[in-house]
Design a protein around this ligand. Structure first.
Ligand SMILES: [Zn+2]
Length: 226
């Protein structure tokens, strides 16, 4: 009863279209759920991440839940995650992908899940990393560790002054660093991010992780650009 009254005062809205959710709907309304552009090859060899990162990152396995298109419903969903503090949605999407990965036998393939870190400044502004719930849920499903301390992001205040491409790519490489030099040489790492477009961020994370010479790197994202 009290919950009903609370829902009346503060109705829960769909993360994609902001329609008021019905009691039985969870985070995304039925209409939007049917419209979600599910990524078709979400974890096989045809995954676009292999093509995007070809020659730059040695990717073992790759998985994504959705296709991302500008002005599409996934843009709203990512916006809800990033700027409206919808942590519950982050966990929900992680459980969704996590279940599928368990079915695909990933529990044996992954030791540790690592989120792409946020800038400290953004972390202070938002108070949370939008992929934290996604990564934690996947780690739980796969019985893997979740580690958000190993990989860190530098503040990027001086990075945009370089004009030529080479200098810029060196700068991108230095965006991340590892915070711990423990032995990761037998570890199969799963790096998680919200959206992949050019793959520059994932490449920068990969280059930083080389410092601890991990065994294999797999990648899971909520969405991937079409
Ligand atoms: Zn909706």
């Amino acid at each position: 009863m009290l919950q009903d009254f609370k829902n009346f005062l503060f109705p829960k809205l769909c993360a994609c279209c902001e329609a008021v959710l019905l009691k039985e709907e969870v985070l995304i309304c039925t209409f939007c759920r049917n419209e979600l552009p599910l990524y078709p090859n979400f974890f096989d060899d045809e995954h676009d991440l292999h093509k995007i990162l070809y020659g730059r990152v040695l990717v073992d396995e790759a998985a994504s839940l959705f296709y991302f298109e500008k002005k599409g419903i996934i843009q709203n969903l990512i916006h809800d995650l990033k700027y409206r503090g919808n942590k519950e949605l982050s966990y929900h999407l992680g459980e969704w992908l996590g279940d599928t990965l368990v079915d695909a036998g990933w529990a044996l393939k992954i030791d540790t899940v690592i989120p792409v870190p946020l800038h400290n400044k953004r972390m202070r502004e938002r108070g949370y990393n939008q992929v934290e719930g996604f990564g934690k849920s996947i780690a739980k499903k796969l019985s893997a560790d979740y580690n958000d301390r190993l990989l860190k992001r530098r503040s990027n205040s001086k990075t945009q002054v370089f004009k030529n491409r080479l200098a810029r790519s060196e700068v991108v490489q230095n965006h991340f660093y590892v915070n711990d030099h423990a032995d990761f040489s037998s570890q199969n790492i799963l790096l998680v991010d919200d959206l992949v477009t050019t793959g520059a961020t994932l490449e920068a994370c990969y280059l930083a992780l080389k410092d601890v010479s991990i065994h294999k790197l797999s990648i899971a994202t909520i969405a991937i650009s079409k």
